[in-house]
Ligand binder design. Structure first.
Ligand SMILES: [Zn+2]
Length: 188
């Protein structure tokens, strides 16, 4: 079973992850996001083909902003589809402070939850990399700056993945968007 609507009996709360209210976790995600953005920017700049220009006036900036906005919706949509795939229950979407999020009322096993967490950054990362390689040089920076948002914006997803990889296999996770509660079997 990948997901359940009711937490099985004999499970106790192990921890809560709160990327908004927990100051340490918030700081880790923000620092990780900045480091990823800096490294991505360097790589994008080094890989730039001849004729690619980062600044293409106001129209170029508007296309970039629109692209970033659409990207955020598509990122959360992939989390949502994955929640639905494993639980067959409708996910929720929302905005909280600066974050867009997808959430679910169900409890998920560790494996499915890792798929839910990583699916957007992996899927859109591949799509954007292919676009950057195939589209003309004028589109290079627009696509790659959206890729930068894809990678740095996934800092929360990556941090959560790292935390979950170190947790026991038999956990259940419920994800309210920016905070997650984790349950483990209670000892007798
Ligand atoms: Zn995400």
């Amino acid at each position: 079973m990948h997901a359940t609507q009711t937490l099985p009996e004999n499970y106790r709360e192990l921890c809560t992850i709160d990327l908004e209210k927990n100051k340490k976790q918030y700081a880790i995600v923000n620092s990780l996001s900045m480091v990823v953005a800096a490294v991505a920017l360097l790589v994008i700049w080094l890989l730039a083909p001849e004729g690619a220009r980062p600044f293409q006036g106001v129209p170029g900036l508007l296309v970039l902003l629109a692209g970033m906005f659409v990207y955020i919706l598509l990122h959360e949509a992939v989390h949502g589809v994955c929640f639905w795939y494993f639980s067959r229950q409708k996910p929720h979407f929302g905005w909280k402070s600066a974050f867009a999020y997808a959430a679910s009322d169900c409890y998920y096993r560790k494996g499915p939850y890792l798929v839910i967490a990583l699916a957007p950054v992996v899927l859109w990362g591949v799509v954007l990399a292919v676009l950057a390689a195939l589209l003309p040089a004028e589109c290079y920076w627009t696509v790659q700056l959206i890729q930068l948002i894809n990678l740095s914006g996934a800092a929360g997803d990556l941090y959560v993945t790292w935390l979950f990889l170190r947790m026991p296999e038999d956990i259940w996770v419920i994800d309210a968007g920016v905070n997650m509660r984790v349950y483990v079997p209670a000892e007798e």
